[in-house]
Design a protein around this ligand. Structure first.
Ligand SMILES: Cc1cc2nc3c(=O)[nH]c(=O)nc-3n(C[C@H](O)[C@H](O)[C@H](O)COP(=O)(O)OP(=O)(O)OC[C@H]3O[C@@H](n4cnc5c(N)ncnc54)[C@H](O)[C@@H]3O)c2cc1C
Length: 489
């Protein structure tokens, strides 16, 4: 028999960094005694950090990967320098500590191992509320129904572990970033390793190999090459923070003034020249950092690189042969290890939900209705606006980053920078200044306040011009590529 639905003030779906930021903000607005239902498919908080490969590291300095402005002190002996790139366990421990801190202040009913299968706004007697249905993620058990005054969906990028590449050859080992080390440990020290993909996952795999001092030759199949944010510019160390490098806000402003929605090749070339570090031709882009030192380390470890794409590996009488998209065929030894590093992000097709539901009870933080590229900071800002009732009519553009990436692979990254810049200007007006400054995920917090203030003064002086320019570009992107890129209302 169906149980009567339990009633909550708020339901938060997802306990990754975005869901935790939503909870952090909620505790500032909910009345005392409020009840919050928290649901996550995983068995603990931390989101995608639980499921990606063990050797993953943060690519930004660790203090800027947090919840609200909670500092990294889950371990009382934590004394790493700010530029330290935390590993997977450290990230998960920090996020768990953040949840512990939040749960001291609000009453959380956490249902790990459960999956939300229905989240709908309903209007019984004219008052909007949210109907939630969830059930055990392993499929073994009944649905549970709940009702909440509001809900925040922080379901992330739907990051799932990669699967091995499907290849015809039966004489090589096809594996994933999660499992390749097991294969390497079992292999002969001369067995070659082939890495398909040139983004952060591939770079992490190569760094891991070089850290382990394994001798196996490494072949990188690097597509059209990748551009990364130059770590030295965006996170210069020591006193250089005062004079060297550039903030993200300033960079995105410069891109906004170069990109008009049509000239992505030229604008991206400018970005690469001024702000990026490239591997190969640098034609693709990932929102990740790389330094010259990291690049040299990686290059030292690579035996050969192909600027091409792996289509298949076939068995021939003389042994396995890699077939590349260009038609080139390359013989490789038997038992070679092939790692699928073709990327976890924005590959599938998540369902669209506006960032605010029609009657204002459901906030969604997803890449299909994004207000900027970081889900963590988006959650912080959107949750504040949600509770303050300032989202309707805010003018914030929602961008379907996932569709744009598929439809405009050469423009999506540049458009995302303009989009972030546009919405940052509005956020500065929609929210109290102190609240914006306190956002711990803001990557520009790396720089002294005085430097950041210069950016803010510039925005204040030129606001109208910047907004006009970025809106024109974003509207053109929407029309040209047929993607959602417009204010919600
Ligand atoms: C390999 C890799 C490395 C990365 N490195 C960095 C980095 O260094 N720095 C950085 O800023 N970003 C990085 N990212 C991007 C990263 O995904 C985000 O920064 C981030 O942690 C996302 O947080 P999130 O809370 O939005 O999503 P997630 O961490 O994915 O959390 C979403 C949660 O929602 C739950 N969920 C989803 N749907 C449901 C449902 N229907 N019912 C119940 N639960 C549900 C999921 O189980 C999950 O726990 C990386 C991504 C990848 C793939």
């Amino acid at each position: 028999m169906k149980q009567p639905a339990k009633i909550y003030d708020l339901c938060v779906i997802g306990t990754g960094i975005a869901g935790l930021n939503a909870l952090f903000v909620a505790r500032e607005y909910l009345p005392s005694g409020a009840k919050v239902l928290v649901i996550d498919r995983n068995e603990q908080c931390g989101g995608m950090w639980n499921s990606v490969y063990d050797h993953v590291r943060l690519h930004q300095p660790h203090p800027m990967f947090t919840v609200g402005h909670i500092q990294w002190h889950w371990d009382t002996n934590w004394n790493k320098p700010p530029e330290y790139l935390a590993d997977k366990t450290e990230v998960i421990n920090h996020l768990a500590n953040c949840l512990k801190i939040i749960s001291r202040e609000i009453d959380l009913d956490i249902r790990y191992g459960n999956e939300v299968v229905r989240l709908e706004e309903e209007l019984p007697e004219g008052t909007p509320r949210v109907a939630v249905e969830y059930r055990p993620a392993n499929g073994q058990g009944e649905s549970v129904f709940a009702v909440a005054g509001r809900a925040i969906l922080a379901s992330g990028f739907d990051v799932r572990p990669l699967t091995p590449l499907k290849i015809a050859s039966s004489s090589v080992v096809s594996t994933t970033p999660e499992h390749f080390l097991e294969a390497v440990d079992k292999a002969h020290p001369e067995t070659p390793i082939v890495i398909a993909g040139g983004g952060k996952t591939a770079m992490d795999a190569i760094c891991e190999l070089s850290g382990r001092e394994l001798e196996n030759p490494v072949t990188l199949i690097n597509g059209r090459g990748t551009s990364f944010f130059n770590r030295k510019l965006f996170a210069p160390e020591g006193r250089k923070r005062w004079i060297f490098g550039t903030t993200f806000l300033r960079t995105f402003r410069k891109i906004t003034m170069r990109f008009n929605g049509n000239n992505e090749k030229e604008a991206f070339k400018y970005f690469r020249k001024k702000f990026a570090i490239e591997t190969g031709r640098g034609k693709q882009f990932v929102f990740a950092f790389l330094s010259e030192e990291e690049k040299s380390l990686i290059e030292e470890r690579i035996t050969s690189t192909y600027e091409d794409y792996l289509e298949d590996i076939i068995d021939t009488p003389s042994g396995p042969e890699m077939v590349l998209r260009s038609g080139e065929k390359i013989s490789i030894p038997r038992d070679s290890i092939i790692i699928n590093c073709t990327g976890h992000l924005l590959n599938g097709q998540m369902p669209y939900r506006p960032f605010l539901s029609e009657h204002g009870t459901i906030l969604s933080i997803t890449p299909r209705s994004a207000i900027q590229f970081l889900s963590s900071a988006s959650s912080y800002f959107l949750s504040h606006l949600f509770f303050l009732g300032r989202l309707k009519g805010s003018g914030l553009y929602e961008l379907d980053i996932q569709s744009l990436k598929h439809k405009a692979p050469t423009a999506w990254h540049i458009a995302t920078m303009v989009h972030s810049f546009h919405n940052s200007i509005l956020l500065l007006e929609l929210l109290p200044f102190q609240l914006v400054l306190r956002c711990g995920m803001d990557l520009d917090r790396w720089f002294p306040k005085e430097r950041r203030l210069l950016d803010l003064i510039d925005i204040r002086l030129n606001r109208k011009r910047y907004l006009e320019r970025s809106r024109k570009t974003l509207d053109r992107i929407a029309n040209r590529h047929g993607v959602r890129c417009a204010p919600l209302d």
